[in-house]
Ligand binder design. Structure first.
Ligand SMILES: CCCCCCCC(=O)CC(=O)SCCNC(=O)CCNC(=O)[C@H](O)C(C)(C)COP(=O)(O)OP(=O)(O)OC[C@H]1O[C@@H](n2cnc3c(N)ncnc32)[C@H](O)[C@@H]1OP(=O)(O)O
Ligand SMILES: NC(=O)C1=CN([C@@H]2O[C@H](COP(=O)(O)OP(=O)(O)OC[C@H]3O[C@@H](n4cnc5c(N)ncnc54)[C@H](O)[C@@H]3O)[C@@H](O)[C@H]2O)C=CC1
Length: 694
């Protein structure tokens, strides 16, 4: 519910993690209390930054908890303790800081807000008032006749267009030596106009006229009067008394009921029940994603033993997930079966069996027979033709790809693969189901590899070509990690498992018995091909899961990657076998070749109409491959480097490696350069004229 980490050696970063709005539930309050204790007692820590995950600081108290008895640490003492602490605490506000979230920001000694952040006390709309010192502190900070803009009012210390958390960390480092006394808002005196009584009377009149009979706004005015006329400790007591009256009033219950009713009414959904076929690596995670949002799930396996294993795994995952979120596991939503006939009434099916077209076709034919005519049929294939599957059903318009990424219950990205016959309603339903499951859904076209994996191929290819030419996995990874990736390409491949790509290459005739014996060395299907990844796999090295891949690990499943002399040997033998003279390769070349090849494929995808706009590609890479957010995504990065330069460098590299088609600049890149290099947001205008599959 809150992540605690040390950044820049001495700043404790506390990240609230309670999606969707990081409401301060009892579990979140508990985690804040624990993290603050840690930060204040650790001599290494000199300052603290509090932020929220997923672009939202904190949406206030968890309103769902208002119905039951107060659990977890009460907010007022928790907030008072933060303010009284001897280390500077900086709030990094993105998205919303509302209600209790704003109160949390007010006890921090400094506030850094993104320019689009929204701060405020919407409590009156829930029939209550900010009762964790909010009325008392805000008034002390801005005075009674408050104006309009938070920076001018002095609510925030800095407004930024950048990542608020990063700015706050730098700010915190500078705040370390400064005195904290004047930063404790509760110690300030409220600035009052001389005619306070007249002002409050006039506001009372206005409120009574505008909202006759409504209690909360009037209570707020009384709290304001307390802030103006009483010392903090008395003011907060008054605030608490007013809250107690409101909290137990029918008005508060009614208004809170309206809040949820409004959201429930908006939740008209086609999907109440779903089926998942195949409980392997992906199927389990997908089943958990569905159940997490209250959809009943029928889970299907092919054999009794596998069904039992799948069941155990799903239950374990659900229980761990529920524990982490402080809710009870929704086991009753599940039914496990071996028979597809049990799926006759479900609203949607997600097929997650082996990546085998013949098998998937058999499953889709069968589904076509057993499911009611309106059931949506989805596939999690990572690259097979969705339309070929649609073609074997009686309802091609209801067939769509829902491409999750591993681990499916964790990874945010969902590619919704639109076949040429998928109807708009089918696509919209899959997109909205993705959103409901908390995914970032992006509609993509039906081409081999779709968007993420199609782009990944040239990126990985470049990395392996660089190995042939003289680089090492650790050198390439270091260059990419310095660029901003959490993991370079080889560490990432070891994490994902090398066998998947190996199987795909075999199936596409790139290695194994199907290879044309006449193929010249290091060439396949008319283009350059690096054999090193296949050689690594042939040694049973599939990455972390086998204890070795591009690196060695202390054990199977280990995560601590160490350079492996065996790989070094393999590279040297390979180079001498094929007469390659290793050369020194600069980090610049590594970054350019990997990233420009990635972006170049992105231009190709836009041109083919397989993604609707560059923003979609960037979002896919941010959420589906950990592309460094501060670089904006591969397409935005290309625009920042300058399209002309990207074009020139690609031309240069393509000239040096003419047998690598991925380095040949895409026609769209050339068009954009020719038409004056529009900013990324305007590329769409130049793509519109081309054929879109979306
Ligand atoms: C005696 C001492 C006692 C101490 C008492 C301490 C006093 C307090 O601490 C008082 C409080 O904070 S009361 C809460 C104040 N905060 C609010 O009123 C914000 C309410 N939320 C919003 O305005 C919008 O959701 C928001 C603007 C945040 C986002 O809008 P969107 O349109 O993007 O999204 P929604 O569809 O509205 O919401 C998404 C899902 O989140 C749920 N949710 C939102 N805010 C929540 C909240 N504060 N608590 C619990 N659930 C919340 C919302 O219900 C929706 O859920 P689903 O429908 O299931 O998806
Ligand atoms: N593993 C990954 O990282 C990703 C995989 N995918 C795709 O998801 C699909 C599944 O992949 P994984 O979960 O990794 O495979 P897996 O091998 O872990 O699981 C497949 C499961 O399907 C079951 N199965 C096979 N035939 C069946 C049938 N007729 N009825 C019911 N169950 C059946 C198998 O017993 C097995 O448990 C593939 O299409 C794959 O390309 C997509 C994204 C990522």
């Amino acid at each position: 519910m809150a992540r605690y980490e040390l950044v820049k050696r001495s700043v404790a970063l506390i990240t609230l993690t309670n999606p969707p709005v990081n409401a301060s539930s009892s579990a979140v309050r508990h985690a804040i209390a624990k993290s603050m204790k840690c930060a204040l007692s650790d001599p290494e820590v000199t300052a603290v930054v509090i932020c929220g995950e997923n672009g939202s600081f904190c949406g206030g108290a968890d309103i769902r908890e208002f119905a039951g008895p107060l659990k977890g640490p009460p907010l007022v003492p928790l907030l008072d303790a933060i303010e009284a602490g001897e280390k500077p605490v900086v709030a990094a506000i993105e998205g919303v800081a509302l209600g209790g979230g704003f109160e949390l920001a007010l006890v921090c000694h400094y506030r850094i807000a993104h320019s689009k952040a929204r701060l405020g006390f919407p409590e009156v709309t829930l029939g209550i008032l900010p009762a964790a010192g909010g009325t008392q502190r805000l008034l002390r900070l801005i005075g009674i006749p408050a104006a309009a803009i938070s920076l001018k009012l002095g609510i925030v210390d800095q407004v930024t267009e950048q990542n608020a958390c990063e700015v706050a960390v730098e700010f915190a480092l500078r705040a370390v030596a400064k005195p904290l006394l004047s930063r404790r808002v509760s110690m300030l005196t409220t600035r009052c106009p001389p005619d306070l009584d007249a002002l409050l009377d006039a506001v009372t009149m206005q409120v009574k006229k505008k909202a006759p009979g409504v209690m909360a706004p009037l209570a707020c005015i009384q709290a304001v009067r307390a802030a103006a006329t009483m010392p903090y400790y008395k003011g907060i007591k008054r605030e608490g008394e007013l809250m107690a009256t409101l909290f137990n009033s029918g008005q508060a219950w009614a208004l809170q009921y309206c809040f949820f009713a409004q959201r429930t009414a908006g939740k008209w959904t086609l999907i109440r029940s779903a089926a998942v076929i195949g409980l392997g690596t992906m199927g389990r995670g997908i089943a958990v994603c569905l159940a997490r949002v209250g959809i009943s799930v029928i889970a299907v396996e092919s054999e009794k033993k596998l069904l039992e294993t799948g069941r155990q795994m799903v239950i374990g995952m659900l229980e761990r997930d529920a524990k982490r979120r402080g809710v009870s596991a929704s086991l009753n939503l599940f039914k496990f079966t071996l028979s597809l006939h049990d799926l006759k009434d479900v609203d949607l099916v997600i097929e997650v069996v082996f990546e085998d077209m013949a098998l998937k076709k058999r499953v889709f034919q069968e589904l076509s027979k057993v499911c009611r005519p309106a059931t949506l049929l989805c596939t999690n294939t990572s690259g097979l033709d969705v339309d070929a599957l649609a073609g074997v059903t009686d309802r091609p318009h209801l067939v769509v790809g829902m491409h999750f990424f591993s681990p499916a219950h964790v990874m945010k990205l969902l590619e919704v693969v639109c076949g040429p016959r998928s109807s708009s309603e089918t696509i919209a339903t899959a997109m909205s189901l993705g959103k409901r499951m908390g995914k970032v859904s992006v509609a993509v076209g039906n081409c081999p590899g779709f968007v993420r994996n199609r782009m990944l191929k040239p990126y990985i290819d470049q990395a392996t070509f660089l190995l042939e030419e003289g680089a090492t996995p650790e050198q390439i990874d270091k260059a990419l990690e310095d660029f901003g990736f959490a993991m370079g390409v080889f560490r990432m491949s070891d994490l994902a498992g090398l066998d998947v790509g190996w199987r795909v290459r075999k199936e596409s005739g790139l290695n194994g018995s199907d290879v044309d014996p006449e193929s010249p060395p290091r060439r396949r299907q008319g283009r350059r091909y690096c054999l090193i990844p296949d050689m690594v796999c042939e040694q049973g090295r599939f990455g972390q899961k086998t204890g070795g891949g591009w690196y060695m690990y202390d054990k199977r499943g280990g995560t601590n990657a160490k350079p492996d002399p065996l790989i070094q040997n393999l590279l040297e033998t390979y180079r001498s076998k094929y007469g390659i003279q290793p050369r020194n390769i600069s980090n610049q070349e590594i970054v350019e070749r990997c990233l420009f090849a990635l972006a170049n494929e992105g231009f190709g995808i836009l041109e083919d109409g397989m993604a609707a706009r560059p923003e979609d590609i960037d979002v896919i890479y941010l959420f589906g491959y950990g592309f460094p957010r501060h670089r904006g995504g591969p397409m935005f990065y290309a625009s920042m480097v300058g399209l002309e330069r990207v074009l020139k460098r690609l031309e240069h590299y393509h000239q040096a490696h003419p047998d690598v088609p991925h380095l040949k600049p895409s026609p769209l890149l050339k068009t954009l350069v020719a038409c004056g290099i529009p900013p990324v947001q305007k590329w769409r205008e130049h793509i519109k004229t081309m054929h879109s599959h979306l």
